[in-house]
Write a protein that binds this ligand. Sequence first.
Ligand SMILES: NC(=O)c1ccc[n+]([C@@H]2O[C@H](COP(=O)([O-])OP(=O)(O)OC[C@H]3O[C@@H](n4cnc5c(N)ncnc54)[C@H](OP(=O)(O)O)[C@@H]3O)[C@@H](O)[C@H]2O)c1
Length: 430
Amino acid sequence: MSAPLRVGIAGLGTVGAGTVRLLGDRRELLALRCGRPIVVTAVSARDRNRDRGIDLAGYRWCDEPLALADDPEVDVVVELIGGADGVAKRLIEAAIAAGKHVVTANKALLAHRGTALARAAERAGVAIGFEAAVAGGIPIVKTLREGLAANRIQRVYGILNGTCNYILTAMRQTGREFAEVLAEAQALGYAEADPGIDVDGIDTAHKLALLTSLAFGCEVDFPGVHVEGNRHVSATDIAFAEELGYRIKLLGIARPTEHGIEQRVHACMVPIGTPIAHVEGVFNAVVTEGDFVGQSVAEGRGAGAGPTASAVVADLIDIARGRSVPTFAVPADALRPLVRSPMERHRGPYYVRLMVLDRPGVIADVAAALRDELVSMEAMIQRARAPGEAVPVVLTTHDTEEAAMRRALARIAALDSVREPPRMIRIEAL
Ligand SMILES: NC(=O)c1ccc[n+]([C@@H]2O[C@H](COP(=O)([O-])OP(=O)(O)OC[C@H]3O[C@@H](n4cnc5c(N)ncnc54)[C@H](OP(=O)(O)O)[C@@H]3O)[C@@H](O)[C@H]2O)c1
């Protein structure tokens, strides 16, 4: 059997401790599968005395994570600290400069600096493994880099944040509003005390930016992602969606259009008959559409110690076996600058909910605003009748350009009888 692969792990929180545990528990199986053992030689975190539920007695402790980059007994630096900047960035850069392979779960860092890091790694002849950075236990990075590498990808989309999906699922199942369900998710530990990164769509956008690069051979362009969260989704919209045959999901979607590459994160209405509509709770799913393979759907746990450690170790297995592919599937110098397809040029059907005063002529005014912007209505629901009071009116449109939809909504919002800002949710044809 060949010499062991020596691993230094920085960060011993949820993912780091899970990784140490997995490497210990599966030592023999991994040695068999890799043809050599994978051994942890050094670890680093802030607090040496913290109880992490794992026995660290056999591992050399480094107070300073950067020391792992220069450690002659470390072949691979596993960065599980997190953060788009700071020590995680310095550690990965130092490890690459020292000629060490890197494995990380850090989507924020890669979303901001992925292209530059991929170039540096390639120059140094080392690998960057980041399976754990996107959709945890779903091996979508490997799928795009290897399994589907023969295809031109036409679209990639998914539920990439378990917190958002948990909240939307609980809202639908209980009929409660966003704020109430978020508070419950925080109490259960499914949502952070500061939930913005999740519910405002930023975490999904980090992951989408990485998927886009992998799928379309372009540089990672996180600032180019159109990002909306799901705070504005109400229980009323979820109920209307159900009535219209849809579920509401926060999706990250990337696809080439005639204008460039569209990258967007927002709440979508997805047809109830599609697999993604049935991905519930904290689960993630990624759907890929390739020209030869067609559609493929993968569902699984997107976070947590076990699934994320599983992904980290999958990357270590590849390195131990000596298997390496370019970070974003093509050589870093061949990654093209991403041409952004502006959101105003997005085309698709829309759902709009208005709260209007129930009085004669209102619907005609709304229809006129749509007609003036050449927006074609598909259906309208106005069920409740309460003369003189505000009632919901819901309409769906045929395929419309976003710019026209926004102009029509501005006209509608300005009508006297429209009592609240219109709510718009894009319908995704899947
Ligand atoms: N949690 C998940 O399910 C999940 C899923 C996918 C990806 N990820 C990603 O995985 C990474 C780690 O996430 P996590 O949930 O495991 O985080 P976490 O539980 O907060 O753990 C972070 C670890 O980093 C250590 N650390 C922080 N600052 C440090 C410093 N300056 N020097 C040395 N060590 C430092 C902490 O040390 P102490 O323990 O001593 O404080 C802790 O052990 C992040 O990039 C995250 O986005 C997480």
